[in-house]
Design a protein around this ligand. Structure first.
Ligand code: ATP
Ligand code: MG
Ligand code: MG
Length: 400
């Protein structure tokens, strides 16, 4: 065991702590790579053969929504601390595992349960005074009509559960959209709620890491740009006044302070024209808007997640350069054509100083799939943006 591990073993965890991760996609992979650098062993549970995380984690094939698979994973693999790279997991199984197998789960199953139901999440944050767009439960057609009258059009209709990349959202533009919107999200029985439309000037995001001692530390504020509801570009620091940066960090820290358990959290927010900042949603795990930290900050979001769940001291979160832009590599086409297009951008990135390529090694290319990302690190915003323009002119255009 290396000296780093030995020096922090006073946290109560055995020196040979095994971190179990539910999910073995790209987030699990980058978590496992960061853990490997700290001398920490990671095992992941994922149904996909050759899951991306298997390059650095011992991969156990099984589903993270299957209670028996989770329990068996924890028991048979000697997992000391269980964490996750995805919130859409079986929280009943998590709670059982915590009780039966006495495994330490970070963040806590209760936190995952609240966050994975976006309506419950909104209720929780509202009760703790975190600023949010107005929201209300939708149980019937009549609720939609009264919401249209109360919120005005457009308003957002959202599925409470299993949402990602905008799948599970519908913009209701007028009363005549009501039936199509409800049907598109699986009908009123599926569990729906509505949010007032936030006329944002920018979308902001802040990563927050929560220690086992319940302290919270935030990262710099980033602007996030979406393409077809998928994160495309992030820029750190966001081009907003220092007072707004401080406000965004304070809201993000407040939101994470009212949850339980250790780990990294992604906090998505809306900046409104009058300077008001509202929370959109929280992810209880590493987040796409925090990928820039891998090359742009003293400690990456992945390393800080591992440190947090193990009860180690947290690493510094500050930027180490003037600007850090992240460009997601999203599948531009299915199959070989998509690979060729991604390789073209990666080729340019390898030839551009300050660019770092992260390729997830996923099996197969599909349109819209996240297959990697490029971090562009530069002394100034102008320099980072110029390099982004060389790699992806549409990405640069989205920042202006
Ligand atoms: P993710 O992949 O981040 O988990 P998701 O499927 O959970 O996304 P949301 O974050 O709820 O979806 O919404 C996706 C995008 O839709 C937001 O980033 C924002 O651009 C837009 N959006 C969501 N809610 C609102 C709102 N109330 N007003 C205006 N735009 C919104
Ligand atoms: Mg979401
Ligand atoms: Mg979101």
């Amino acid at each position: 065991m290396d000296s780093n591990v030995a020096s922090v073993s006073s946290t109560g965890l055995p020196r040979t702590a095994v971190v179990g991760v539910l999910g073995g996609g790209q987030l699990g992979r980058m978590m496992a790579l960061a853990a490997a650098n700290l001398g920490v062993r990671v095992k992941c549970l994922d149904p996909t053969p050759d899951a991306p995380a298997s390059v650095a984690a011992q991969h156990v094939q099984g589903h993270f929504r299957d209670a028996a698979a989770i329990e068996d994973f924890v028991k048979s693999q000697g997992v000391d601390v269980l964490t996750m790279e995805i919130e859409h997991i079986n929280t009943d199984a998590l709670a059982l595992a915590a009780k039966d197998v006495k495994v330490d789960i970070e963040p806590s199953p209760g936190t995952i349960r609240v966050i994975q139901d976006k309506y419950a999440q909104k209720q929780h944050f509202a009760a703790h005074g975190v600023p949010l767009p107005e929201f209300r439960n939708i149980a019937c057609r009549g609720c939609m009509e009264s919401t249209g009258k109360a919120f005005g059009y457009p308003f957002m209709l959202k599925a409470k559960r299993l949402a990602y990349d905008g799948k599970g959202n519908y913009v209701v533009r007028s009363e005549s959209d009501i039936d199509a919107a409800a049907a598109a999200l699986g009908g009123y029985e599926a569990g729906l709620y509505a949010e007032k439309f936030a006329p944002f000037v920018k979308e902001l995001a802040v990563m927050v890491v929560r220690s086992r001692g319940n302290s919270v530390v935030s990262y710099p504020v980033v602007e996030t740009i979406h393409k077809d509801n998928i994160c495309h570009v992030t820029e750190a620091p966001a081009e907003v006044a220092p007072s707004l940066q401080a406000k965004a960090r304070a809201i993000a820290e407040k939101a994470i302070a009212c949850l339980e358990g250790a780990g990294i959290f992604g906090v998505e927010m809306f900046l409104l024209p009058d300077g008001e900042i509202l929370l959109n949603e929280v992810a209880p795990r590493p987040h796409n808007s925090g990928h820039y930290t891998m090359d742009g900050c003293v400690t990456s979001q992945f390393e800080n997640h591992v440190r947090a769940v193990l009860g180690w001291p947290l690493g510094e979160t500050r930027l180490t350069a003037g600007s850090a832009i992240m460009l997601n590599l999203l599948g531009e086409a299915d199959g070989d054509e998509g690979v060729r297009m991604a390789h073209q951008i990666m080729g340019k990135a390898y030839a551009t100083p300050g660019c770092k390529v992260h390729w997830y090694g996923k099996d197969g290319m599909k349109l819209g799939r996240k297959v990697g990302h490029i971090n562009i690190i530069a002394e100034s915003r102008e320099e980072a943006r110029a390099k982004l323009g060389q790699l992806d002119p549409t990405g640069l255009a989205s920042l202006k």
